[in-house]
Design a protein around this ligand. Structure first.
Ligand SMILES: C[S@@+](CC[C@H](N)C(=O)[O-])C[C@H]1O[C@@H](n2cnc3c(N)ncnc32)[C@H](O)[C@@H]1O
Length: 212
């Protein structure tokens, strides 16, 4: 998803260093200092406009959340949501999900979310999918032993691909939902894409995958 450039986005982010971590390499191994506590850290890679990370932060005040997105304008909209919400347990990072080991020590992240990741349907773009094996190498390093990825999407092709990618990587599929909204799953926090696609009648898939 490409979002149109937002005027003043860079300045907006720079003006809120309490939420937007501008030199994240300095935070590596010291995220507990950034948050000022030792609460668990959960990240979302490709957090978009921030509805999920903000909703989760409000729902779980004893967890620290970090929303990560590569697009500056998108992150600036996420910042608006964080500011509106008043949540204090959420930070935002503008970095590429492939480079997370530059910003997190081994096992520094307690768990992670991928929501409605770009599907990159062409085989020649497989390496860009956030569930491709090189991304899994990165996630495995920053998560603890038996760390978990919770992944939601409306895209059946990406879901099938990701289930296979997790399995081929030796991960355990702890639970799979083929229609999340019709299930008895409690406490679901919707993302922007989830709200949009489910309102059009699309089924939402979800999986919890665990590294071994
Ligand atoms: C389709 S949008 C979904 C946004 C949000 N998770 C939702 O469900 O509404 C995918 C997001 O992932 C971000 N993204 C794509 N590749 C990324 C990468 N390598 N690292 C970080 N973010 C990435 C995009 O900028 C975009 O905001």
């Amino acid at each position: 998803m490409r979002v149109r450039k937002r005027k003043g986005a860079e300045e907006h982010l720079a003006n809120h260093p309490q939420y937007v971590i501008l030199n994240p390499e300095d935070a590596k191994g010291k995220w507990y200092e950034v948050f000022g506590n030792n609460n668990p850290i959960h990240i979302e890679v490709g957090s978009g406009k921030g509805a999920f990370i903000t909703g989760m932060a409000l729902q779980n005040p004893h967890i620290n959340y970090i929303g990560i997105d590569i697009q500056l304008s998108v992150l600036s909209y996420a910042l608006d949501k964080v500011l509106e919400s008043g949540a204090t347990n959420v930070k935002l990072l503008r970095v590429d999900g492939s480079s997370l080991t530059n910003y997190f020590e081994d096992a520094e992240v307690d768990m992670m979310y991928l929501n409605f990741s770009d599907p990159w349907p062409k085989t020649k773009h497989e390496k860009r999918r956030l569930t491709y094996k090189t991304f899994l190498d990165t996630y495995k390093q920053i998560l603890p032993e038996h760390g978990e990825i919770h992944f939601k999407t409306d895209n059946r092709g990406l879901f099938e691909y990701s289930l296979a990618s997790f399995s081929q990587y030796g991960m355990t599929l702890k639970q799979v939902w083929l229609d999340l909204h019709a299930s008895n799953y409690e406490g679901n926090v919707m993302t922007e894409y989830e709200a949009k696609f489910s309102s059009k009648g699309q089924v939402i898939y979800r999986v919890e995958a665990v590294f071994n």
